[in-house]
Design a protein around this ligand. Structure first.
Ligand code: HEC
Ligand code: HEC
Ligand code: HEC
Ligand code: HEC
Ligand code: HEC
Ligand code: HEC
Ligand code: HEC
Length: 222
């Protein structure tokens, strides 16, 4: 058996013991990192995964997330492996269908654009902080789009430079133009030139931006 298989088998047996006899003695409090924001960590997944030899980093990053604050625990997305890793009650890598009950609009919009079926929610929202700052940064889009000339253009543009130096709010990022107002369908502004122009118009004159979009000088400028 591979190490991973042995650990998984041990986890199933240990989980069964915890299920039968309760948590007492399964873990000592001082081994488990406390949540920096003081959320409840007294549940089986956290007490076991928080241990040094299992996945403490995952437990810790979850414990400071908005999900932890909102009471969304591990089982909301993963179910549990109490009856084994292959029981129908466990999902090792949750996809959009696990987010849908709580975030139906984000899922519906994602599935309406070209990201559907190709990009996971966690491609942009890093587990387990699910940080918005990371999702909003061009670097996360570049993990997949770096080859595109347009993206290289942005990176080397004044817009890109202003963003890097002055930070969010002072310039346009990929998300400003392709996901305005948190829109998760990345195809929407590309399909609707008036919507794209409205985005530019937040910062530039309509005449300047309209000319750039119409004549395709956009790429030349970049
Ligand atoms: C008795 C300790 C224990 C408990 C309780 C426990 N786990 Fe685990 N879990 C493990 C171990 C050990 C592994 C295997 C880790 C590895 O592969 O390195 C694991 C693996 C996982 C994985 C990764 C599976 C994969 O294929 O990558 C997930 C997700 C997971 N557990 C979620 C949960 C959730 C959700 C709960 C609570 C409902 C929970 N665990 C409770 C010990 C536990
Ligand atoms: C909001 C939903 C959500 C919650 C809550 C959540 N997870 Fe996850 N988890 C995910 C997603 C999404 C992935 C990655 C899926 C992918 O990459 O396809 C993941 C991956 C994992 C993995 C396997 C990948 C790895 O990096 O090892 C483990 C182990 C895991 N989670 C454990 C936990 C534990 C333990 C908790 C609670 C402390 C937890 N998760 C809470 C959504 C969640
Ligand atoms: C059981 C309900 C539930 C599930 C399932 C769930 N979430 Fe959440 N999610 C929440 C709640 C509650 C918040 C916090 C809302 C707030 O505080 O404004 C949240 C917040 C978020 C945020 C914003 C984080 C921030 O720092 O502002 C992201 C991103 C997110 N969820 C992504 C996901 C993804 C991706 C999945 C699926 C892998 C998922 N959620 C599954 C309930 C859920
Ligand atoms: C292409 C990257 C990307 C993907 C893929 C993605 N998101 Fe987001 N998401 C973002 C960005 C960027 C924001 C912040 C939007 C803003 O600036 O207002 C965000 C915000 C959110 C928020 C918080 C704001 C709100 O609308 O409540 C939730 C919840 C969320 N996403 C859930 C999801 C879920 C669920 C999926 C998968 C179906 C997903 N996201 C896929 C980039 C992404
Ligand atoms: C995990 C990889 C991945 C990540 C991360 C990612 N994308 Fe994509 N993106 C894709 C793929 C794959 C396509 C589809 C390519 C195709 O059909 O040619 C795509 C297509 C697009 C399109 C074209 C849509 C259309 O209708 O033609 C836009 C715009 C886009 N992504 C923007 C973004 C933005 C903005 C981010 C960051 C917030 C991002 N993407 C993050 C993989 C990714
Ligand atoms: C100022 C607005 C703006 C910014 C910032 C921006 N784009 Fe675009 N994007 C556009 C427009 C407009 C198009 C239509 C084609 C063109 O004129 O170049 C486009 C086209 C695309 C396409 C489809 C065509 C291609 O070349 O692949 C993708 C994918 C894309 N953008 C991703 C991104 C990513 C990723 C970033 C950030 C690194 C980004 N864009 C930054 C406005 C923007
Ligand atoms: C959030 C604000 C913002 C948005 C939205 C925005 N831009 Fe910009 N843009 C900037 C900043 C900042 C600069 C750098 C300005 C400077 O100092 O010269 C810039 C520069 C440019 C330049 C280069 C100008 C030059 O003199 O080299 C072009 C072209 C441009 N933007 C086109 C567009 C288009 C087209 C759109 C919409 C698709 C758009 N911008 C959306 C902030 C924005």
């Amino acid at each position: 058996m591979a190490v991973r298989e042995i650990r998984r088998a041990t986890a199933t047996i240990a989980a069964a013991i915890i299920f039968t006899f309760g948590l007492a003695g399964a873990a000592t409090a001082e081994e488990i990192p406390a949540s920096p924001i003081g959320v409840d960590t007294e549940f089986s997944c956290y007490q076991c995964h928080g241990k040094k030899e299992i996945t403490p980093w995952i437990a810790m990053t979850w414990s400071e997330s908005k999900h932890a604050r909102g009471g969304v625990k591990c089982d909301s997305c993963h179910g549990n492996h109490d009856k084994g890793f292959d029981s129908g009650e466990f999902t090792p890598l949750p996809g959009p269908e696990k987010c849908a009950p709580c975030h139906p609009i984000n899922v519906k919009q994602t599935l309406a654009g070209k990201h559907a079926g190709l990009v996971k929610c966690s491609s942009c929202h890093p587990r387990h902080t699910f940080s918005l700052e990371v999702a909003q940064d061009p670097l996360i889009c570049m993990t997949c789009h770096l080859e595109s000339k347009h993206v290289q253009g942005y990176r080397n543009s004044k817009m890109g430079a202003v963003y890097r130096v002055l930070g969010p709010g002072m310039s346009a990022t990929c998300v400003t133009c392709h996901m305005p107002d948190g829109e998760h369908n990345v195809s929407l502004t590309l399909k609707n030139p008036e919507l794209m122009l409205k985005v530019c118009n937040q910062c530039h004159s309509g005449a300047f931006a309209g000319e750039v979009l119409k004549t395709g000088k956009f790429n030349l400028h970049w």
